[in-house]
Design a protein around this ligand. Structure first.
Ligand SMILES: [Fe+2]
Length: 500
């Protein structure tokens, strides 16, 4: 390249030897530099040291904006602005767009020329391209007319031919490094344990976070049998589940298990495992574990408070049931025995657990309304007058009023209200018929009658169970629900159920 004559540099700085030295230096930089910016700085430095050019720089194409901009290392004459052009604009834009070099002896006669530096007279610009990929251009300008020869053009093309593929390679490597770093960060810092194990259950790898979770270093864990971190009770099962994954490639399975830290502490984890290809191509199991100890603890606490509430409800119901028995000692145990019969019938009929629960509570409390009936009437031997009977009959409504204020999950108050309703409408207080009566109330009604008839009463001796069963059998389908009666008879007659 011509050095500028007014700089008065010696002729030795120009010539084939010098060009060869520059080429060699650029080639060396292309091998040595691992960063795009460093490489460009180095190339600019080499070329500028070798040749005196007024303005020189690598101009890069920005894929996102489509603009061509000077690399920060570009050497521009004091006061002239950094170059920024669109693709196709000016000499730089034209060279970048076409991929063909331009050697312009007199810029004032070049139609595409856009003035940057007013002192520039001639210009040589060569493309930096790899295939269709536009990387940018190498741009050199001189204040002298016709400063660049054909040899200069060849030299700069040769340099560009080395630099362009190197830049492309560095960019690809940068992109790979970026994504590797991202995955590495995900792998190492993600609050999950990543384990790979082979078919024998040996730990092949573990991420740093995962090792820490277990109280080990990653080095300590690699090579150990994975069973050593399993809970002793689950060892065989947990290993089996993992190695089974090798049979079904790609299929992910999840489960919860316990693991033991180096210090003996037990933690719950949710594990997902699948088969992946190992470093030598053989299938290995990748297990991802998330610590769920706190969640399990919270769940256990929630279950415990539900249990406490249920116990409290149970005790409350028992106490309420005892209240009426204090008042009416002759029916002591009646409600509990009714519950036993009703629960067995519900079970025999396949009633869902929740409904059976509500039946049980209603059964324990079904006569609670009797606390409003005078004790003399409840304890009266012999038969009752109509007036006394009607007082006793208020007990289902009184019971309903007492219980409806309690927010049971089930319609306990309604079942109590309806336990004297009968299928043909002959019952009280509503005279409801058939399906209008809750099934639980129909079961409770039958259980109540069977228990009452078969037990001793102040006003009469016990009639006995057989008599009670014959009574409900004869009234099945009319007064009592036929299905309920059938279930009840099956229990007592065929299945040997007894009240006591
Ligand atoms: Fe009753």
């Amino acid at each position: 390249m011509h050095h500028e004559k007014d700089h008065g540099e010696d002729q030795e700085r120009h010539g084939p030897a010098y060009e060869l030295a520059a080429l060699r230096a650029v080639a060396a930089a292309c091998v040595k530099e691992t960063q795009e910016d460093r490489l460009i700085e180095r190339v600019t430095e080499i070329i500028c040291r070798a040749f005196s050019i007024t303005n020189f720089g690598v101009v890069l194409h920005d894929d996102r904006s489509g603009l061509l901009r000077d690399h920060p290392s570009a050497r521009r004459r004091g006061g002239s602005a950094a170059l920024e052009l669109a693709l196709g604009e000016g000499i730089v834009g034209t060279v970048a767009a076409t991929g063909k070099p331009m050697r312009v002896p007199d810029v004032s006669r070049e139609p595409v020329y856009r003035m940057g530096d007013s002192e520039t007279r001639s210009e040589l610009t060569v493309p930096l391209r790899v295939g269709d990929q536009i990387i940018g251009v190498i741009n050199s300008e001189s204040t002298a007319l016709d400063a660049f020869t054909e040899d200069d053009e060849h030299l700069l093309m040769a340099l560009a031919g080395q630099v362009a593929p190197t830049l492309a390679r560095l960019r690809t490597m940068e992109a790979i490094r970026d994504s590797e770093e991202k995955y590495r960060a995900l792998y190492e810092d993600n609050p999950s344990t990543y384990l790979t194990i082979d078919a024998r259950g040996t730990i092949l790898s573990v991420n740093e976070f995962g090792a820490q979770q277990l109280g080990y270093s990653a080095e300590e864990l690699v090579g150990r049998p994975v069973e050593s971190i399993f809970h002793p009770d689950e060892r065989a099962e947990a290993l089996g589940r993992l190695t089974q994954r090798l049979a079904g490639p790609g299929k992910v399975a999840h489960w919860e298990r316990r693991q033991v830290r180096k210090d003996g502490q037990v933690r719950w984890v949710k594990e997902s495992a699948r088969s992946v290809r190992g470093s030598t191509g053989e299938p290995v199991v990748l297990a991802v574990c998330e610590d769920i100890t706190e969640r399990r603890r919270a769940e256990e606490q929630a279950r415990e408070s539900v249990r406490k509430l249920e116990r409290l409800l149970d005790e409350t119901v028992q106490t309420l049931a005892a209240v009426v028995e204090v008042k009416d000692p002759y029916t002591s145990g009646h409600q509990r025995r009714v519950v036993r019969i009703a629960a067995a019938v519900a079970d025999e009929m396949g009633l869902p657990v929740e409904r059976a629960k509500s039946l049980r509570v209603a059964g324990l409390l079904h006569d609670i309304g009797k606390i409003q009936v005078p004790a003399e009437i409840l304890a009266k031997p012999g038969s009752l007058s109509e007036a006394e009977k009607s007082i006793i009959r208020t007990h289902s409504e009184v019971g309903y009023r007492l219980l409806k204020g309690i927010s049971f999950e089930w319609p306990v108050a309604e079942i109590v209200l309806q336990h004297h309703e009968r299928m043909d409408g002959s019952g009280y207080p509503g005279g409801l018929k058939g399906g209008k009566i809750l099934l639980e109330a129909r079961i409770l009604g039958v259980a109540d009658v069977v228990e009452a008839i078969s037990s001793h009463r102040p006003y009469r001796p016990a009639f006995g169970l057989d008599y009670a069963l014959a009574e409900i059998e004869s009234l099945a389908g009319s007064v009592y629900d036929a299905d309920v009666v059938r279930a009840c008879l099956r229990l007592f007659r065929d299945k040997g159920f007894s009240i006591d």
